[in-house]
Design a protein around this ligand. Structure first.
Ligand code: BDR
Ligand code: CA
Length: 316
């Protein structure tokens, strides 16, 4: 059984990923930690509480960071044109979800405590800014040796970003935090735009899933409608299921081809948030990539099989 902490900024594709984690029989969801990103931390935390209730999830929600790891960094604006003003496609969501209390701890502390309760077992799936993880490492560096793996949706390696030509949203929103997470002595697998952009759930598939997956998937289909409109301008008619790809990796790593090598994030300047890997075994001059942990970056994906796995898990 995979014991997973889901670090997320819900977010429409985050909502799908959350339901995937909840419904996959080989996954035990230990907790949901929120972070700013697709909307403010107030909104993403409220959305996590809302989704917990609507999806019938038992795992607790812990509120996470509302500002970047480096307090001097100016905050980017929310991508309301992607996820809506409320992060969930602007469907009606109550302002507060009083019947779903938050865990009393901040997200970084929840992560530390949960990792220490299950040494060597916890897999963190991080699909928003890396701020909570960087804070947890800063507070308790020893957790790096106690986590089984960190699976990240973020970055763009041999392709362009989606916020700037250089940078993908989750990394661009807090590059310093991502650099801390990628260079820490733990195992990180990065599922970036190189592969996620190939995973498209069409509107027809969503409609069909909604008929078979019950009220939770109906809700997903409703919030996804404007997201599908947004992505249909860029890819085929449908939505890119970025965050579910990271969840799919946990249970089906064989569907991904990985490249090894240390990863750094450009912090500042014209390429702010650019992710760059030094492929293992290639000779370079001395560089800031030297002596950093070799991480894995997904370069290939069996996209159709990943989309099928997501669909079969949402509506078994
Ligand atoms: C990432 O950014 C967010 O908009 C999505 O939820 C996903 O995590 C894709 O770049
Ligand atoms: Ca996300």
């Amino acid at each position: 059984m995979h014991k997973v902490i889901f670090d997320t900024d819900p977010g429409i594709d985050d909502a799908m990923a959350l339901l995937f984690l909840e419904r996959h029989p080989d996954i035990e969801l230990l907790g949901i930690t929120s972070v700013f990103g697709n909307a403010s931390a107030d909104t993403t935390t409220r959305n996590a509480q809302f989704l917990k209730r609507e999806f019938g999830i038992k795992a607790p929600v812990a509120r996470g960071a509302d500002v970047t790891f480096d307090p001097g960094r100016p905050m980017a604006s929310w991508p309301t044109f992607v996820h809506g003003v409320n992060g969930l496609g602007d469907i009606d969501v109550p302002e507060t979800i009083e019947d779903v209390p938050l865990d009393p701890r901040p997200a970084f502390q929840f992560i530390i405590d949960t990792v220490r309760e299950h040494p060597g077992e916890v897999e963190i799936v991080a699909v928003g800014r890396m701020t909570n993880l960087a804070m947890a490492l800063a507070r308790d560096p020893e957790i790096a040796g106690l986590v089984k793996q960190v699976v990240v949706m973020g970055g763009a390696f041999d392709t362009n970003g989606n916020v700037t030509p250089a940078a993908e949203a989750n990394i661009h929103g807090d590059p310093e935090a991502a650099d801390v997470v990628f260079t820490a002595p733990w195992k990180v697998v990065i599922i970036g735009l190189d592969v996620t952009l190939q995973t498209v759930m069409t509107r027809t598939m969503m409609k069909d899933l909604a008929l078979r997956g019950g009220p939770a998937v109906e809700l997903l289909a409703r919030i996804s409608d404007p997201y599908i409109d947004f992505y249909s301008q860029q890819v085929e008619e449908g939505m890119v299921v970025h965050d579910s790809c990271a969840c799919a990796y946990v249970v089906a790593p064989e569907l991904f081809g990985l490249r090894s090598g240390s990863v750094r994030v450009v912090c500042g300047g014209v390429a702010d948030g650019l992710t760059l890997q030094k492929p293992a075994g290639r000779a370079f001059g001395p560089s800031p990539w030297d002596d950093k942990t070799e991480q894995k970056v997904a370069m290939t994906i069996e996209a159709e099989k990943v989309v099928d796995l997501i669909a079969a898990t949402l509506a078994p």
